[in-house]
Design a protein around this ligand. Structure first.
Ligand code: ATP
Ligand code: MG
Length: 589
């Protein structure tokens, strides 16, 4: 039963392949990074500057009038920014940064909601040769301060209201900052004391003087990880990543010029930067930028009314739409939608099937990390989907399952269906170049030329990869290795369950026992009867050895601000242990 479900293939029908995919067997066979470089850097060979490739290139090609960003403010009318305006505005901001004395390699931090100035700021910073860190605007003062301190932030771009609420009081504790630039969103007038007004700077700035080419190894972004397993790490990235952003945008997301694309991630997380800013702009796509937070009705309306062609979102969002129920979805049709992808957490098979039913398209899971800089393993448009699988490595990416021998040697497991750590052959463009100030930690991620991801997975005989769990989250019970994902997915099949988080609880007899925390869909009430029903359902689906011994019904699960279930926190709370770094916990300040 288990095996049959797991190996089920969702075959694509003609309707789902209305447009021939960007990736097919021929493209796979002839792929080379050199060819991607020749295609992307045709006009300025040797200049890898991500922002110039993302903006100037389209103007030079005569596409200045194409819409780059369609900004949907929380309230009020939509504002379109075309490639011409985005190019000149980012040039001006780069000029303003240069006039402020910003040097190549110095750090620009951007703390703002999803407003146009954020995008202009990030692109201008890259054009000025700065290392850029977009920070999630819902961070409280302390996580902001520590990141700016660790990243030696030189210039901060923020908004007047965020400055007043979060920055003003910690400014004296951030001595590395030489300038704070403030966007006056509500037209309050004078910038707060000690800050510079964004609009005035932009008005007065001369566009940046023609810059020397940016090298492939020049620093682009410093991204902090989500902190799901511990303290967030500062991963350093380079402009050469442009090749990967471009290739993955084309092959994993099936982007093509003129598409309307919506990446729902905030640029404060790597997905929102790599695929909310860089990749779509490299492809001359129109990106939907929604300033507001998740709201089922609003999201369906955006997908339908903005004629979104390609949608990149996350399992949490999909589960929230599922939780909102079919009645909301039934009000909308999505004829323009062509491709849907998801990242950030494992995508439960149930969610893939839901996409097919409600949105009339399957959802394509893909896997990557802050460290990899871009998508590595994906269900692509040309592939049939095995719901629950992350898909196959993209062209140019070699992935393997590895295990450590008794003597500590890392060995590649060639056979199919074996569990082990997911590793990638190092050297793809866009791989991180280190954790800032943590050389030792960085070195530990490698065994020879293999990058070790810290995630456990298996590869089946067809080459599809299946996520098992993070190495830290995997449960060892009576000699079995149990992945939380498998247990959570089985629980999610039950109509009452909206979300599930599974941990291992120490047990004298079997090592660890499985405990599940679940939240319920609208219309279901917690009760002993429901708990027993869920225990029974899990036992039937998973067998007694793997099924949870205990199920606790909760109103919500602790999540990172990037939307990932924090199993380490569920476990710490269950066992009464220290809660660790909570800077990225949703709802904390
Ligand atoms: P930290 O490393 O600080 O604990 P994090 O790993 O959550 O944080 P990210 O780099 O944002 O930070 O997340 C990458 C991780 O997210 C992956 O290593 C994996 O565990 C999980 N992940 C991402 N996409 C998928 C996916 N499609 N399926 C399963 N897991 C995924
Ligand atoms: Mg990680």
């Amino acid at each position: 039963m288990e095996f049959e479900l797991r190996s089920a293939i969702m075959r694509k029908s003609g309707d789902e392949l209305r447009v021939a995919p960007n990736l097919d067997d021929r493209v796979r066979a002839s792929f080379s990074w050199q060819a991607i470089q020749a295609e992307l850097l045709r006009d300025r060979p040797g200049d890898f500057n991500l922002a110039r490739l993302a903006t100037d290139r389209h103007v030079a090609a005569g596409n200045a009038a194409r819409i780059a960003l369609r900004w949907m403010p929380r309230d009020g009318p939509v504002r379109d920014i075309d490639y011409g305006e985005l190019t000149s505005a980012s040039d001006r901001f780069a000029g303003a940064l240069a006039a402020l004395g910003a040097q190549r390699g110095e750090a620009l931090f951007v703390l703002a909601g999803r407003i146009p100035a954020l995008y202009i700021g990030v692109l201008g910073g890259l054009k000025a040769g700065m290392s850029v860190t977009p920070l999630f605007s819902a961070f409280g003062p302390e996580p902001i301060r520590t990141r700016i301190e660790i990243g030696r932030g030189k210039i901060l771009l923020t908004t007047a209201s965020l400055f007043r609420r979060k920055i003003e009081r910690i400014l004296p504790q951030m001595p590395s900052l030489s300038h704070v630039i403030v966007v006056d969103e509500s037209g309050e007038g004078d910038p707060p004391a000690g800050t510079l007004d964004f609009a005035r700077l932009m008005r007065d700035a001369a566009p940046a003087p023609p810059a020397p080419p940016t090298g492939a190894e020049d620093r682009s972004f410093l991204h902090f990880t989500s902190g799901t397993t511990g303290t967030p790490k500062g991963a350093m990235h380079v402009h050469g990543a442009a090749l990967m952003h471009y290739a993955t945008g084309k092959f994993a997301l099936d982007l093509r010029a003129g598409d309307i694309f919506w990446c729902t991630a905030d640029p404060g997380w790597v997905t929102g930067t790599s695929y909310g800013i860089v990749a779509p702009l490299l492809h001359g796509v129109t990106s939907i930028i929604d300033e507001a937070d998740f709201d089922a009705e609003r999201w369906y309306a955006i997908l339908a009314e903005q004629n979104v062609n390609v949608w990149y979102t996350a399992p949490t969002a999909i589960r929230m739409l599922m939780k909102a129920g079919p009645a909301v979805a039934a009000k909308y049709r999505f004829p323009a939608l062509r491709f849907i992808a998801s990242v950030g957490e494992p995508l439960n098979p149930e969610a893939v099937w839901w996409g097919k039913e409600v949105l009339k398209l399957p959802i394509h899971d893909n896997w990557w990390q802050t460290e990899t800089g871009g998508i590595m393993i994906a269900n692509t448009a040309d592939m049939d989907i095995k719901p629950g699988s992350m898909g196959k490595p993209l062209p140019g990416i070699e992935a393997a399952i590895v295990r450590r021998d008794a003597d500590g040697q890392v060995r590649v497991v060639e056979a199919a269906d074996q569990e082990g750590e997911l590793a990638l052959k190092a050297g793809w463009p866009g791989m991180f170049r280190g954790y800032l100030d943590q050389e030792e930690r960085y070195r530990k991620c490698f065994a020879g030329d293999l990058y070790l991801s810290g995630d456990l997975a298996r590869r089946d005989a067809d080459g599809y990869f299946w996520f098992i769990g993070r190495a830290d989250d995997v449960i060892k019970s009576a000699g079995h290795l149990i992945g939380p994902f498998e247990v959570e997915s089985a629980l999610l099949e039950h109509p009452a369950v909206a979300e599930a988080g599974v941990i291992g609880k120490p047990d004298a007899m079997v090592g660890e026992v499985v405990k599940a925390f679940v939240s319920l869909k609208a219309g279901f009430e917690a009760s002993d009867a429901l708990r027993s029903e869920l225990l029974g359902h899990a036992r039937k689906r998973l067998g007694a050895a793997v099924a949870p011994k205990e199920i606790e019904i909760v109103t919500s699960l602790p999540r990172t601000r990037s939307g990932k279930i924090m199993r380490r926190l569920l476990k710490a709370r269950e066992l009464g242990l220290p809660e660790g770094d909570l800077s990225t916990l949703e709802g904390s300040t």
